[in-house]
Design a protein around this ligand. Structure first.
Ligand code: NAI
Length: 633
């Protein structure tokens, strides 16, 4: 066999190790599954005392099905055959009469978890990389290889639906607590523990009675609640998969083959195709981080405001030692408070949160500069202030350290004139709110050292963000495309269309937030300044000027286009959305994306689509602005 190794111990215990040929991670391709079927055939003839399935890869157990194969499903028959292949095979695994166990170390996702769920026992290895989940929904599809049947049986329908509908993953300890894993053990004892457990004869933990009822006679109630929750986040015409997951679980006991029309509708939907496209675009962004071996341990951030404070906290969350500098401790205190909340919320463990907090060190004197591998400047948007800072910083920095600015609107070419080595300055442009936004633009000024740009991309990956290399032009990619979109929305207000109607038009199009609410959130003063810089001399919209004049700057002042209370805009009913309004509103954005690709600000159309999706939330199911336009024609 190419991908699996079988070892039979004298005791009769068999180890099946998956080590997919020529791949960094295990994926369940047709070939891998075919070989696994051969293994089950062999074991039918010579039944083992027990079977343990494990991975031969350092990266993890199994990352999921082979996503490349989805792109070849051009007919309904092929889609059904793909579902059938894994469903039948894993049912067979679940029915063998010898005990089976999967050792889960590292990632165990999608089809990988479905394979593990078909084993009698699931042993999770408790280490930081271990995570289990069924993220199919993020690709616009469903866990059709038994996940919709077996996960609810193991952990109850509420937890199972939550995992399947959001794609979120859980670690080893949580898996143990929820009953997904039978045991969670440290790596050094995993093989011994697996041997003991698989031969123990121990019955599986039984689901509590209430959970069994919810997974049986009360399914319809649970399903109706789940549908309502999904409806708050995703419209069925944009994202049919979560609705299909609920239906297949509730009406067909998790068996998609019982609802072939759902399989056809989902697998061949443009949503699934586009989300798979977005997945590969994301992989392309990640690959920018692999072009350099640069590795950071210490980060120094200057400016503990909205951005710098959150950038520093994020880096500490991701394991860096971070020094944070501002003019005084008082100025840093709001940032430190926000950091504490972020750590509590994300790490959910007081010891880990404490450790992260210990990694974030207030540093008024800037002592951290001399030790930092990356220095990020996030002070006021002012050329002279930044220049003065860079001039003082450069002689104190380690020679190979990255010097980065988070500027949104200043030219790197102007900022770096004071440096001995101007080619070392790079832009690392985060978006607000830092913790929420996956994209970071890595800005290459003219004549910059390419090695520095690559190192900056590697750093961005290290802190688990997606780097997009862009050229140093006003607004880079993301702000440059948002400006005409926001201006267009405000022009529509000037033309008498209500903000509510405009926002509703774009929500129905699939944006995460309407453009007018976005302007209120960003701040009308910021929108005005950005508009001036990016609108090539056009008159600012009347509705914007009037409000700014009255000090109505949006969410931060409580009044903008909407009146804000408790962080939420008060919206009146949207009324009927005129046909064609969404297209009219999105057109300036798409036009600008095309111009920026033509001007080489971003390397190609696919990367531009990726940047706009991950930097603005542009409706992912469309596949991105340019892809959307191409499909329209
Ligand atoms: P902010 O005004 O919230 O924070 C700036 C901080 O820098 C203040 O705490 C100030 O005390 C400190 N500071 C100023 N000069 C300093 C110096 N010489 N030494 C040490 N600390 C100093 O500003 P914000 O919004 O965080 O912006 C910072 C940078 O990030 C700007 O370049 C801005 O263009 C950029 N940016 C802002 C975004 C936003 O949404 N606010 C988004 C992306 C980038």
């Amino acid at each position: 066999m190419k991908h699996w190794q079988l070892q039979r111990e004298d005791s009769g215990l068999v180890w099946a190790t998956l080590d997919k040929q020529d791949a960094a991670a295990n994926a369940l391709s047709a070939e891998v599954l075919g070989e696994f079927k051969e293994i089950l055939d062999q074991l039918d003839v010579y039944p083992p005392k027990a079977l343990i399935i494990r991975s031969g890869k350092a990266a993890g157990f199994i990352a999921g099905a082979d996503i490349e194969e989805f792109t070849q499903l051009d007919t309904a028959d092929k889609g059904r055959a793909l579902v059938e292949r894994g469903w039948t095979l894993f049912n067979r695994l679940a029915a063998v009469n010898y005990p089976t166990l999967a050792i889960i170390r590292g990632h165990c996702l999608g089809g990988g978890l479905e394979l593990a769920l078909a084993c009698r026992y699931l042993l999770a290895v408790d280490e930081p990389g271990t995570k289990m989940g069924l993220p199919e929904v993020m690709l616009g599809i469903f866990p059709g290889w038994g996940g919709m049947l077996r996960l609810p049986q193991r952990v109850g329908p509420a937890v199972a639906l939550d995992m399947m509908l959001t794609g979120k993953t859980i670690d080893a300890k949580r898996a143990k607590r929820l009953g997904l894993a039978d045991e969670a053990v440290p790596p050094r004892v995993m093989e011994q523990a697996a041997r003991q457990l698989v031969l123990s004869g121990q019955a599986r933990r039984k689901l509590p009675l209430l959970q069994r009822l919810l997974n049986g006679p009360f399914k319809a109630v649970v399903a109706s609640g789940a549908r309502k929750q999904v409806a708050r986040k995703a419209r069925p015409e944009h994202y049919p998969a979560p609705y299909a997951i609920i239906d297949i679980w509730a009406k067909h006991n998790g068996n998609a083959l019982a609802a072939p029309e759902l399989i056809d509708g989902i697998i061949n939907s443009s949503t699934a195709r586009n989300l798979v496209r977005v997945f590969f675009l994301q992989e392309r962004l990640k690959a920018f981080g692999k072009e350099s071996s640069f590795k950071a341990e210490r980060v120094h951030v200057i400016g503990a405001g909205v951005m710098g404070g959150d950038i520093a906290a994020w880096c500490a969350l991701r394991g860096m030692t971070v020094t944070l500098q501002d003019q005084s401790l008082e100025r840093m205190s709001p940032a430190l408070q926000r950091a504490g909340k972020l750590f509590d919320h994300r790490l959910r463990d007081p010891l880990l949160a404490r450790a992260a907090f210990d990694r974030l060190i207030p540093d008024v004197n800037g002592d951290g500069v001399a030790h930092a591998d990356v220095v990020i400047e996030a002070i006021f948007e002012d050329v002279a202030a930044k220049q003065a800072l860079f001039k003082a910083l450069e002689p104190r920095m380690k020679p190979g350290a990255i010097l980065a600015t988070n500027t949104s609107s200043l030219k790197l070419e102007d900022l770096r004139t004071v440096l001995q080595k101007p080619e070392r300055l790079v832009g690392i442009h985060f978006f607000n709110p830092v913790a929420m936004m996956p994209l970071v633009e890595v800005v290459e000024a003219k004549g910059a050292d390419p090695a520095v740009v690559q190192a900056a991309c590697a750093f961005v990956r290290q802190i688990d963000k997606l780097p997009l290399p862009v050229k140093s032009e006003p607004g880079f990619l993301v702000n440059a495309v948002l400006a005409p979109y926001m201006l267009g929305a405000m022009a529509a207000v000037d033309a008498g269309i209500s903000p509510e109607t405009i926002d509703e038009a774009m929500l129905a199009f699939g944006m995460p937030m309407g453009p007018i609410e976005l302007i209120d959130t960003v701040g009308l003063d910021i929108a005005l300044a950005a508009g001036k810089q990016l609108a090539s001399g056009a008159e600012p919209p009347r509705c914007l000027l009037e409000r700014v004049k009255q000090g109505q700057l949006g969410k931060k002042t409580g009044q903008g286009f909407y009146t804000w209370a408790d962080g939420k805009p008060g919206k009146a009913g949207a009324g009927a959305v005129p046909s064609g309004l969404a297209l009219q509103l999105v057109t300036p954005l798409i036009n600008r994306v095309e111009q920026l690709v033509a001007a080489g600000v971003v390397a190609d159309a696919d990367l531009a689509d990726a940047g706009v999706i991950f930097g603005t939330g542009f409706a992912p199911f469309t596949g991105g602005p340019i892809h959307f336009r191409n499909k329209q024609h």
